[in-house]
Design a protein around this ligand. Structure first.
Ligand code: NAD
Length: 367
């Protein structure tokens, strides 16, 4: 898996940007290039009706520029609905930097990226995503105030990943409550795919609750590290999607629920941190519904991170961050109930509520 992969043929549409199938009335797309530092980045601003577009920066070795563009379009759109459903006054944006975070990320490159963010005068506010760390945001902060996720020592809310993991844990518990009648995860057979910043923190919650956790990652080092800390099993098979499990928690990259995997999945519940888990929201959301697999919408349950960074803008503290994140449990249950009553996929039920909030604000703004 690379990133939110869609068949390469599907990526190219007749027109290079506005004609892309991931293009969904995005307000602004900014291509950033700096020869000296090797920076090649794309900033996507999807929608700013509710507020400035906030979303993290992902650094990834994309196979092509099409793939990077597709990723930023999908991710920035997802942020719009994430903030809307969480009740935050933020729009949706995201940035991708093309390159290997391990070998090509330098402080000069991050500084130059920060200057591009600054040039948007606050329409886009960045934060960390895959391939980024709090220290990288500290570098960006030196050239622009339009950044969140900076170190606590520099006045930020710190690493958002543990909060994201806590929100995913809350969403997963709500799914268990809805599916099994109890939110206790003890003895549940849970597969966590991707044990990076969020995945590991989720594993900790699950292990503490006595769940039977299996972990998978492309990094052997990470697997050994996490295994040494918690009572978990390292996945030894070759096709995680065919395994018998109660809960599948995708915590690596997106689009793992796709045409190739959906018919193999035998989980009761899907609840994880990865953004854009459904390769095709409509088709795969509906297929999951038909197959009786309860899907906790990613943009709903992985909102802990944005709740955390929003605190930096609104000046609320840890207690309020935790309260808002814990509330993901209630919102998730409400969405499941709404989906059941209206015979919708859970993804669509969540999306409809988010879209309604944006439409209402747009009408109010127009008055
Ligand atoms: P991370 O880079 O720390 O971890 C990702 C992990 O996935 C790495 O350990 C990597 O080796 C592993 N991985 C990559 N491809 C894999 C594959 N095919 N199979 C198994 N493992 C694989 O990233 P993170 O911050 O933990 O974020 C994880 C996901 O959650 C991402 O999709 C991210 O967009 C999303 N997310 C993160 C946050 C946050 O606060 N960090 C918030 C919302 C959403």
């Amino acid at each position: 898996m690379t990133t939110d992969v869609i068949d390469a043929k599907e990526l190219k549409n007749s027109d290079p940007v506005f004609g892309q199938m991931s293009f969904d009335d995005h307000e602004q797309i900014v291509f950033c290039n700096d020869k000296d530092t090797g920076l090649k980045a794309i900033i996507g601003i999807h929608n700013t009706v509710l507020g400035p577009a906030l979303g993290g920066t992902r650094m990834w070795q994309y196979n092509s520029e099409w793939e990077a563009l597709n990723d930023v379009l999908r991710l920035s759109r997802g942020m719009t609905f994430k903030s809307a459903i969480t009740g935050l006054n933020l729009g949706g944006g995201k940035a991708v930097i093309i390159g290997d975070a391990k070998t090509q990320k330098t402080s000069e490159l991050m500084g130059r990226f920060g200057e591009f963010v600054h040039s948007l005068s606050g329409r886009y506010i960045t934060a960390e995503d895959v391939g980024m760390a709090t220290e990288d945001m500290d570098i960006v902060r030196e050239v622009t105030p339009f950044v969140t996720g900076i170190s606590e020592s520099k006045g930020g809310a710190g690493n958002p990943s543990p909060i994201t993991a806590y929100g995913v844990f809350m969403g997963m518990k709500a799914a268990a409550k809805f599916k099994y009648g109890s939110d206790i995860l003890e003895d549940k057979n849970i597969f966590v795919q991707g044990i990076g910043n969020v995945g590991e923190a989720l594993v900790e919650h699950l292990a503490n609750e006595g769940a039977k956790v299996t972990i998978s990652d492309i990094s052997q080092e990470r697997l050994q590290e996490v295994k040494s800390k918690y009572d978990v099993t390292i996945y030894g098979g070759s096709d995680i999607y065919s395994e018998e499990m109660d809960i599948y928690a995708p915590c690596a990259l997106g689009a793992t629920i796709n045409d190739n995997t959906i018919n193999k999945l035998r989980a009761d519940i899907i609840a994880g941190a990865a953004n854009n888990q459904l390769a095709n929201e409509l088709r795969h959301g509906t297929l999951l519904q038909e197959r009786g697999i309860l899907y906790a919408p990613d943009f709903l349950i992985n909102a802990g991170g944005i709740i955390n960074v929003y605190a930096e803008l609104e000046n609320y503290g840890k207690a309020e961050i935790m309260r808002k994140t814990e509330n993901i449990y209630n919102t998730t249950l409400e969405i499941f109930e709404n989906a059941r009553q209206n015979n919708l996929s859970t993804h669509n039920a969540a999306l409809n509520i988010a879209k309604d909030r944006i439409a209402t604000r747009k009408r109010e703004n127009a008055k």
